[in-house]
Design a protein around this ligand. Structure first.
Ligand code: KG4
Ligand code: ZN
Length: 339
């Protein structure tokens, strides 16, 4: 079965073709990062308009790359939510219109389920069950994943998501959007031991997170520096901020594995691309004989491959579509059930 996947929930248009027999055949992405950078964040209306421009050329591109035509497609998967409603509507309407014209079934995919399953696109994927750390711009969640659609929430953030904390801290340090990669680059020039930031909820005894206090602590530091905040100071703050976030994430992942008795961890979402986080998780897991699985870097952030894959996992059970559609800008992952 050949599935076309369409992702358009935020500022990236992602297209991919996934074959249930031969795996991922092709994928392509257009990132709007440069377009939004001058505004310091995503401008929803601009995002929607750009998705309209990109969706069909990228569809043609993935078909050509895989040496396939529209006639070869067996089903279309698209991100139905959560995300920006206008942006979601573009991918959704392109998917349903194509499906209508080709008499194909469609499936609306939950964006976070896409992220969650992205590590399974790699070689030697883990078997169910496993623990998943989902760390994106909007979410920081630990889950027990027993099967496709069987997700038990173990821990969640009480306020800001980890990616959001990276983005807000980057802004405080005068760095460009998106903040995660910018902080990570700056942190590599920072020094250990210059500053000490809090590790929120490190010893809370549960698997929840909180990152807004960390951002406030950075603000206090930045204010203390005032005009003396030079590049060296900024690098040292970025370094310590990254240490604080990755320490909390790593410790809570180890605690989740211990609590569930499971031995495999998967990490997904944009912050999963962070090198320091990967380093810490890999070291901590090796010490305890756990296995960690990551998606390749380009599949940590938004992409079409994860949507095509999640869609393929559910497509066999898809109902006949009448091609009317709605988007779900707010959609709780816990509402999903097994296909
Ligand atoms: O998963 P994603 O692409 O979008 C959402 O669904 O939210 O994640 C985007 C988030 C942003 O907050 C971005 O700053 C963060 O992931 N991010 C990173 C890195 N690359 C992206 N955070 C830390 N280190 C990185 N290397
Ligand atoms: Zn995402």
């Amino acid at each position: 079965m050949l599935i076309l996947g369409i992702e358009s929930s935020c500022d990236e248009t992602g297209l991919a073709l996934y074959d249930t027999e031969h795996g991922l055949l092709s994928h392509a992405l257009h990132s709007q990062v440069e377009m939004h950078a001058e505004y310091g964040g995503v401008v929803p209306e601009l995002a929607s308009r750009d998705h309209i421009r990109r969706a069909l050329p990228l569809t043609r591109h993935v078909l050509e790359q895989a040496n396939k035509t529209l006639a070869d497609i067996d089903g279309i998967a698209y991100t139905q939510g959560p995300g920006l409603s206008g942006a979601l509507l573009v991918g959704t309407s392109v998917a349903e219109a194509l499906a209508f014209s080709l008499s194909l079934p469609t499936i609306g995919v939950h964006h976070l389920e896409g992220h969650l399953l992205a590590p399974l696109l790699e070689a030697n994927p883990p078997d169910f069950p496993f623990v998943a750390l989902l760390v994106s711009g909007g979410h920081t969640q630990l889950m027990r994943v027993s099967a496709i659609g069987d997700y038990e929430l173990l821990g969640d953030t009480l306020d800001d998501a980890a990616g959001e904390a990276f983005d807000k801290t980057a802004k405080l340090l005068g760095l460009s959007y998106p903040g995660g990669p910018a902080i990570s680059r700056l942190a590599s020039q920072g020094q250990d031991g210059v500053h000490k930031l809090p590790r929120p909820m490190l010893n809370s005894g549960d698997l929840n997170f909180s990152f807004s206090g960390l951002k406030t602590a950075v603000l206090t530091l930045v204010n203390q520096y005032g005009d003396a905040l030079d590049d060296v100071a900024r690098a040292n703050i970025a370094y310590e901020f990254q240490e604080a976030v990755t320490e909390v994430l790593t410790k809570k992942c180890m605690a989740a594995l211990k609590q569930t008795g499971l031995k495999q961890l998967i990490v997904s979402g944009g912050v999963g691309a962070n090198t320091r986080l990967r380093e810490r998780l890999t070291t901590a897991a090796q010490r305890r004989h756990y296995q960690v699985h990551y998606p390749r870097l380009e599949f940590c952030t938004d992409n079409g491959a994860m949507i095509a894959f999640a869609g393929a996992m559910r497509m066999r059970h898809a109902e006949e579509s009448n091609h009317s559609f709605t988007v779900r800008p707010r959609w709780d992952l816990a509402e999903l059930s097994q296909p």
